[in-house]
Write a protein that binds this ligand. Sequence first.
Ligand SMILES: [Cu+2]
Length: 466
Amino acid sequence: MTVSRRAFLASSGLALMSASQVSGRAAAASIPEAPIQTSPLMQPPLFPSSGPDYQPVVTLNGWTLPWRMNGDWKEFHLVAEPVVREIAPGMKAHLWGYNGQSPGPTIECVEGDKVRIFVTNKLPEHTTIHWHGMLLPSGMDGVGGLTQPHIKPGKTFVYEWEVKSSGTFMYHPHADEMVQMAMGMMGSFIIHPKDPKFMRVDRDFVFLLASYDIEPGTYVPRVNEMTDFNMWTFNSRVFPGIDHFVVRKGDRARVRVGNLTMTNHPIHMHGYHFSVTCTDGGWVPESARWPETTIDVPVGAMRAYDFVADVPGDWALHCHKSHHTMNAMGHDVKTYIGVDQREIKKKISRLVDGYMPMGSAGMAEMGEMEMEAPANTLPMMTGFGQFGPIEMGGMFTVMKVREGLDANDYKDPGWFNHPEGTVAYEYKGSKAALQQPARKPTRVGATASGVELRAVKPGRGGQSHY
Ligand SMILES: [Cu+2]
């Protein structure tokens, strides 16, 4: 019969010693289960079952890692492993991640918690985990070679520390970083305040920005790409595969975003003014906040913004770099706007069956078209709303603010039912004013006051401003 550690302590007169005082090595003698998630869809938040109360976060197209209490240690088990991630229906990527998904599960704790995280490596090469933004002993910081030996394939390492401050953090490898992050290894790490009332919100969303370069028709990212990515993702999903943010009217809501790509992302949300309340360096004092509608998230940083959801509607939420709201696209495609391609079509059609020139009037036509693409390839722009094609891809989704939802109801409520008279409409009145130019042509160089402005050509005897 094996005697449990607790029973052993009691019988040996050490019962007064709490488990937290026992050395890590002894307490870490048994490994907690490593739950796995196979669905790429948003899983319900995990409410705290002990300790201080908090409003748990909801991970966009993700989930929260369950834990177990061992004495007063909160224990988690992450498994680094190859995963298959559905980027959107119609496309799967072969990535590396944690516990069945990329990104890995969100970890949630409370300020003051003692956390113990077991990390098992099932990758074909060594790894480590760095707890980005977290205040901890140097030896728990997870930088392979610098603060610890690498975790070899098949091995399990233990990280343990007392969580000092609340906020918005993330985790990722600090070993063969370029490859391991290009393969999708990352996750969110949220520390809730000990005081349940401090900065509390009713809905709290989190996601990470990741970019991939996956050639049309293939499954594995090209890990050496530095700038020219073709998959710009929220939590390794692209529009129309990204969950909607569902918020009840009147709720105080928070969006937390972390950036582990190779460029900055100006995250823009329609319909509201808000300000950054938290970064991966902690909470922003009220006196240091300013209003924004776009939050630029630098590389290797996190930003959280709060707002009161008092205006119902379907509000776009997206990266404002327009190439980041596209799926796989070639950047060497010529621009044909304004070019009459009818003659070219005739000529090329004689050589290539079914040749179809595109782009003479812009590229919106691609949003409606079902074009043949290689297997495992998403259209460049796609998705339909209640009024037609949305012509987006990549980092785009919708904040749906609705009246009368239940607390913590995150189910998609469908498209917004706009009150009568509040939707932009087609002009059907007199066309007389449309027959002639709206205003008279203006003489080039003339200004309102009639003063002529003259441009001076540099390098021809005149003044040069260069
Ligand atoms: Cu972007």
